[in-house]
Design a protein. Structure first.
Length: 197
């Protein structure tokens, strides 16, 4: 689905490239909340996330004359924040080591997913347990698809993988969730049947 603000956002980006500080402030205002939420899902350190977002926008301003207009400003900023946090958190370690340290256990609440709409406590616990069983990279792709509504191309750019790998991650996440939650449902049906005898 096309972004109705797409042209406006790209115009803001071009104005920022031309040296208009108000355009940079506009981009910051539009994307801060989304970037902050994503950063908190990655590391949970509020000050670090705020500093990293600020650093991204300072870098944008300082390099504005050398930047091209990205196809997706949202995807570009998410990828920039991810790189900034990885760099800050893990200095000279390899990216694969850094990714294993990212905290994704609390990335989702049941309300974030279309799979579980009920608020019953047992289902909520089951979903959280199921998410904890899914590898971090797959959870991250699922978050970007379901919560940030990114395209597979944007997920690929953010996570530095191919679009097919991004699609595979999201599909695998849903398959694993279904399998894990089905076990939970089967257990609940067994329990209800057993205790009603």
């Amino acid at each position: 689905m096309a972004n109705p603000l797409g042209n406006d956002i790209q115009d803001l980006w071009r104005s920022m490239q031309d040296g208009e500080a108000e355009a940079l402030a506009g981009l910051f205002k539009i994307y801060f909340a989304m970037l902050f939420d994503y950063g908190m899902k990655l590391c949970g350190n509020e000050e670090l996330v705020k500093d990293s977002i600020q650093e991204i926008f300072v870098t944008l301003w300082n390099r504005r004359s050398r930047l091209s207009v990205p196809r997706s400003v949202k995807g570009y900023l998410l990828a920039a924040l991810r790189r900034q946090l990885l760099s800050t958190l893990h200095h000279n370690r390899r990216q694969t080591e850094a990714l294993s340290q990212l905290e994704w256990n609390d990335a989702f609440s049941p309300e974030d997913l279309l799979i579980v709409r009920e608020t019953e406590a047992a289902r909520r616990r089951a979903l959280q347990a199921a998410l904890a069983e899914i590898p971090a990279r797959i959870r991250e792709a699922l978050y970007l698809k379901t919560y940030q509504n990114l395209s597979y191309q944007e997920i690929a750019s953010t996570m530095q993988v191919s679009p097919q790998v991004a699609r595979n991650y999201v599909c695998e996440a849903f398959q694993r969730l279904r399998q894990i939650l089905k076990k939970f449902q089967d257990f609940c049906i067994f329990s209800i049947t057993f205790f009603n005898f």
